[in-house]
Design a protein. Sequence first.
Length: 64
Amino acid sequence: MDRETRRLLKQLETQGFSYRTTKNGHHVVYKDGERVTTISGTPSDWRAWKNTMSQLKRAGFIDK
């Protein structure tokens, strides 16, 4: 897991989100029991990260 993903997962937990890691290394993010998004286990293309951040912000995540 890269540094940015670790930082993001810590921030998510402090803001009331939860996540679980799948057996394939992806991180499924939940808010109030509802699935919000899935974060890939390894960085791929730059749009994937931006799309994930957009989904999280729509769910109430505040990036610090």
